[in-house]
Design a protein around this ligand. Structure first.
Ligand code: PHE
Length: 409
C-alpha cells in the first residue's frame, strides 16, 4: 500500500515487514472528535472531566487531576506494550490485532500507553483522553478507531494512610510477601485494601454521575498485565449488563521504572463510544464520524450534564453482497480475517455497516479453504444504488486477489 516510507502526522517513517496501517486509518488521525465542541464524544468526555474537576481538589483548591487530551496517537511498541509489562506472546501484540507503522512505532491500542511518560514527568493524578486504534470486526459497535479516557492516581504513604485513625506501625510496602489474588507481593494488605476502596468509590461515583444516582452496578474480577488485582465495572442499563471500564492497582514494577517507586497507585481506562451510544441512544458507531448536520445538530445546544436521546435522522436501505474466495495456499500469505476487514474498510469506508463470515468450506480433495463473507452496505445519509455498491464490491475483490493472495470463486 505504501512505498519505502509512510507519512503519519507529517513525519515520515520507514516501512518494514510489520507495517500494516492503511490509508483509511491514517486519514482518521487528527480528526480529534473528543476535542470537537458539541460532538457527542466531546460531551461525554467533558462530563467525565467535570466529575474529576468538581470532586477532587488539592490542598490549594485546584483540580487534582490534570487533563491531557492532545498527545499524538503514534507511540513506540515500548510505550504500548513493554512499559506496561505486556508479555512478549500476549495476543494484543499480534499484527492481526494492532496497527503497526513499522517495527518500532504503532498507533496506540490504548491510552495506557502514556501512563509511564506522564508519571515520569512528575504527575500524581492525571487523565488522558485520545483516539486509540485496534484491528477488529465490522459491525454497529466496532470501529477501528475509538476514544478512551485513562485515569491514574498515585499516593505516597502519608496520603494513603491520611484517613486511617491510628496508622502508627502501618507501612505501604511489605518485604518478603507473596502475590495473592488480593494483593501484589510488595504491597501490604492495608495498601491493597485502601487503594481498592479509593479506586472503587471514585469509579462508582463516576458511574452515578453518568448513569444517575440509583444506577445498578457490579464489579467483576479481570486480568490486565499492568494491574493487580484488576476489575471491570459493569452497569445495568436498559435490561442488560454493560462493561463500562477496566481498572486495577498499578503494578509496582511500573511505578518503579517510571522513577516513582516510593508511591503506589490505581488506574482505569474506559471507552467513550460505548458510553455515548448508551447514554444518547446512538444506534451505529459510524455516526460519530459523520458530518451530517442532521446528526450533529442534535447535540449543538446540549449541556454535557444532561442526557439527550438521539433521534434517528432516517434509516436508508441496506445493500447486501456476498464475496467468496479461496484462501491463499502459499505460505507467503498468512491469512487473518482482520486483513480482509481492512481491505473492506479501505475500499468501502463508512459505507460498510457490517461484515461477517457466512460460510467456511474445506475442499475434500485439495484441502483448500474457502471463506464466504457477507458485506452489508448502508449510507448514513442517503440511499445507495446497487450499481454504486457493485463498483466498490469489485474493488474489494481485486484487492483480495492483489493484497491477500486470495482467489475469487
Ligand atoms: N488499557 C485497558 C484497556 O484498554 C484498560 C485499563 C486501563 C485497565 C488502566 C486497567 C488499568 O482495555
Amino acid at each position: 500500500l505504501f512505498g519505502d516510507t509512510v507519512v503519519v502526522d507529517n513525519i515520515p517513517y520507514q516501512t518494514d515487514h510489520l507495517t500494516n496501517v492503511t490509508p483509511n486509518i491514517l486519514a482518521k488521525i487528527g480528526r480529534n472528535l473528543h476535542r470537537t465542541k458539541h460532538h457527542p464524544l466531546y460531551l461525554i468526555r467533558k462530563r467525565i472531566e467535570n466529575y474529576f474537576y468538581s470532586h477532587f481538589l488539592n490542598r490549594r483548591g485546584n483540580p487534582l487531576f490534570s487533563v491531557n487530551d492532545s498527545i499524538s496517537p503514534v507511540v513506540t511498541l515500548e510505550q504500548n506494550f513493554d512499559s506496561l509489562l505486556v508479555p512478549e506472546d500476549h495476543v494484543s501484540r499480534a499484527p492481526s490485532d494492532s496497527y503497526y507503522i513499522n517495527s518500532s512505532y504503532m498507533l496506540r491500542a490504548h491510552t495506557s500507553a502514556h501512563q509511564c511518560e506522564l508519571m515520569r514527568s512528575g504527575l500524581d493524578a492525571f487523565l488522558v483522553m485520545g483516539d486509540v486504534y485496534r484491528r477488529d470486526e465490522i459491525d454497529a459497535t466496532h470501529y477501528p478507531v475509538f476514544h478512551q479516557v485513562e485515569g491514574v492516581r498515585l499516593f505516597n504513604q502519608h496520603e494513603l494512610f491520611q484517613k486511617v485513625r491510628d496508622s502508627t506501625g502501618l507501612n505501604i510496602f511489605e518485604q518478603g510477601g507473596k502475590q495473592t489474588p488480593d494483593k501484589q507481593a510488595t504491597h501490604s494488605m492495608e495498601t491493597a485494601k485502601l487503594l481498592e476502596h479509593s479506586l472503587k468509590t471514585t469509579l462508582m461515583n463516576l458511574a452515578r454521575h453518568l448513569f444517575g444516582q440509583d444506577v445498578k452496578a457490579r464489579w467483576v474480577d479481570q486480568y490486565f498485565p499492568f494491574t493487580h488485582p484488576s476489575w471491570e465495572l459493569e452497569v445495568h442499563h436498559e435490561g442488560e449488563w454493560l462493561e463500562v471500564l477496566g481498572c486495577g492497582i498499578m503494578k509496582q514494577e511500573i511505578l518503579y521504572s517510571a522513577g516513582t517507586g516510593d508511591q503506589v497507585g490505581w488506574a482505569f481506562g474506559l471507552g467513550l463510544e460505548r458510553l455515548a451510544m448508551k447514554l444518547y441512544s446512538i444506534p451505529d458507531i459510524r455516526l460519530f464520524w459523520s458530518n451530517d448536520s442532521g446528526f450533529l445538530n442534535q447535540f449543538k445546544d446540549c449541556d454535557p450534564n444532561t442526557n439527550v436521546t438521539y433521534k434517528p435522522v432516517s434509516i436508508y436501505p441496506q445493500c447486501t453482497n456476498d464475496l467468496s474466495f479461496w484462501l491463499p495456499s502459499s505460505a507467503d500469505f498468512a491469512f487473518s480475517p482482520n486483513d480482509f476487514y481492512d481491505v473492506v474498510r479501505n475500499e468501502g469506508g463508512d459505507l460498510v455497516e457490517q461484515v461477517f463470515l457466512v460460510d467456511e468450506f474445506v475442499h475434500p480433495k485439495t484441502q483448500r479453504t474457502s471463506h464466504c463473507y457477507r458485506i452489508i452496505y448502508r449510507h448514513m445519509e442517503r440511499t445507495l444504488t446497487q450499481e454504486e455498491v457493485n463498483v466498490i464490491h469489485r474493488h474489494i475483490e481485486e484487492q483480495v486477489v492483489k493484497l491477500l493472495g486470495g482467489e475469487i470463486r
